[in-house]
Design a binder for this molecule. Structure first.
Ligand code: PEP
Ligand code: MN
Length: 277
């Protein structure tokens, strides 16, 4: 690969983030869904695929709502090794079948290079989670695929580190990148993380890439999803990714931040009422 300075990279329009050059806006297509157009894309689903029945209940309900994409982790990056780690490839077949049945594209996380090829065969978009934003071998490997990538911000990442993580993917040949702000660590423990809402226009202006917001991991609290999502669309986010569960109290991961499926239709209406059509 040719040697370049940071300022010469494809994505780094302004090394100071003080404004200046504004990158051309790009769009990213996932099947019939387009990120970066007027209406923010809505991704929803459980934190983790827990069973065939669970993902079918959720996918069936979401398919009746204005939800563009399904989410669901099968390889879960849990803080404790004793917590539910996901169903792995078995879970992948469940979410793939549910997505196919209800005709909705899906995104799922990959944590290891060794899993990438197989997951990419099934999913419509690959998620690189917050903990793996610094996993450079994984970034290089997704860069070599022609598959849309959802690149989440590491909870400790500066804007520059996040841009350069996207640059790793792009420099290896894959330009289909959507960025996801999911909150960063701060001194406050009232919410799970602190949503850096400013990052949305900063990343849009610097990279031109679509930027979505994940209010679920940003706040950790289901009652904050609606107001925080409204803030995200108001600032111009290109989409939202929201965790939803039919039975949050018994969810195997992130129940506290998961919106109840039964409440979701009204929440969507409230979030999208002022959105561009
Ligand atoms: C997720 O979206 O499933 C997830 C684990 O989030 P994050 O990587 O942002 O913690
Ligand atoms: Mn989660």
């Amino acid at each position: 690969m040719n040697k370049k300075t940071v300022e010469q990279s494809r994505l780094f329009a302004s090394s100071t983030c003080q404004g200046g050059v504004i990158a051309d806006k790009r769009t990213v297509k996932v099947g019939a869904v387009t990120f970066g157009e007027k209406r923010p894309v809505l991704i929803a689903g459980p934190c983790a695929v827990e069973s065939e029945e669970q993902i079918n209940i959720i996918a069936a309900a979401l398919s009746k709502l204005p939800v563009d994409m399904l989410r669901g982790g099968v390889f879960k990056p849990r803080t404790s090794p004793y917590d539910f780690q996901g169903l792995g490839f078995e879970g992948l077949t469940y979410i793939h079948a549910a997505a196919k049945k209800y005709q909705i594209p899906f995104v799922t996380e990959v944590m290891e290079v060794a899993h990438l090829e197989k997951v990419a065969q099934y999913c419509d978009m690959i998620q690189i989670g917050s903990r793996n934003m610094y996993n450079y071998p994984l970034l290089k490997a997704v860069g070599k695929l022609q598959k849309p990538v959802l690149l989440k911000r590491a909870f400790s990442a500066t804007i520059k580190e996040w841009i350069l993580a996207a640059e790793y993917i792009m420099a290896n040949g894959n330009e289909q990148i959507v960025l996801c702000e999911r909150g960063i660590r701060s001194f406050d423990s009232c919410t799970r993380n602190t949503l850096d809402i400013t990052a949305v226009p900063i990343m849009q202006m610097n990279t031109g890439l679509p930027v979505i917001v994940d209010p679920s991991h940003a706040t950790g609290l289901s009652h904050l999803i609606e107001p925080v999502s409204r803030a995200a669309v108001a600032i111009g986010a290109d989409g939202l990714m929201i965790e939803v569960h039919h039975d949050p109290a018994n969810a195997l991961s992130d129940g506290e931040q998961s919106v109840k499926l039964a409440d979701f239709s009204e929440i969507i209406d409230n979030i999208y009422q002022y959105c561009p059509k």
